[in-house]
Design a protein around this ligand. Structure first.
Ligand SMILES: CC(C)(COP(=O)(O)OP(=O)(O)OC[C@H]1O[C@@H](n2cnc3c(N)ncnc32)[C@H](O)[C@@H]1OP(=O)(O)O)[C@@H](O)C(=O)NCCC(=O)NCCS
Length: 191
């Protein structure tokens, strides 16, 4: 029995950015982006660390590419339109159920040098447009820590609605997890 399979779309060209699967050779761009963003990322991105070598990053992008081709997880880079610099990362993650349910969670980080200029909201709008036109998703979600104001506002700015506020017991009641979502039928189309 083979696992579920989809020929995943590879790239989406936004007005001012490019979304695409990582390829072998993207390691240096990933290392450069995350190493300059550690202080900015460390609070809410549990995977971040002070230094990632080019070799480690190259292994990571090859793992991302492999899992993308196997339809296990769809990790996506946010590049400048010329593809010279990685501006951030996003992805369609199968955290809500198997591929056959067509429900994915979108994650995102934007490199420190590019935050606060509208890129996160634009990239999320791009992911939603791509997700509901070319991809087969029926429902897209976004999850964040309740103290992550920038993340919550990014979801709202892209048209998602707050669907659940979940108590995070690990945080001894100090913070909640906010879950935003949008169904295909709720999407109002490309701007
Ligand atoms: C969350 C993140 C992806 C947003 O990306 P961005 O490019 O900075 O966001 P934008 O410039 O498009 O702004 C989107 C909204 O967030 C608001 N915002 C941005 N930075 C903010 C900040 N530091 N504090 C409060 N609001 C902020 C903007 O005002 C805008 O809201 P509005 O449309 O209501 O005015 C980015 O800040 C990031 O990478 N954070 C660290 C990683 C992370 O937390 N990822 C999300 C995990 S769920």
């Amino acid at each position: 029995m083979y696992p579920e399979y989809v020929v995943a779309p590879d790239r989406f060209e936004g007005n001012s950015f490019l979304l695409r699967s990582y390829y072998p050779g993207d390691g240096p761009a990933l290392a450069e982006a995350v190493n300059g963003s550690y202080t900015h990322l460390r609070r809410f991105m549990t995977w971040s660390k002070p230094h990632t070598s080019v070799e480690e990053a190259e292994v990571l992008v090859r793992q991302f590419r492999g899992r993308y081709l196997l339809a296990e997880d769809f990790v996506i880079g946010i590049f400048d339109p010329t593809e010279h610099q990685l501006w951030g990362g996003t992805g369609f993650h199968l955290r809500l159920g198997p591929l056959s349910e067509a429900r994915a969670e979108i994650g995102m980080w934007i490199r420190a040098s590019e935050v606060g200029r509208g890129l996160g909201a634009a990239a999320l709008r791009g992911m939603i447009q791509w997700g509901f036109t070319v991809w087969p998703w029926q429902y897209l979600a976004w999850r964040c820590h309740s103290e992550n104001v920038a993340s919550a506002r990014t979801a709202l700015s892209a048209g998602m609605r707050l669907v659940e506020r979940r108590r995070d017991d690990r945080d001894e009641g100090r913070a909640d997890t906010l879950i935003f979502g949008m169904a295909r039928a709720e999407w109002r189309g490309a701007p």
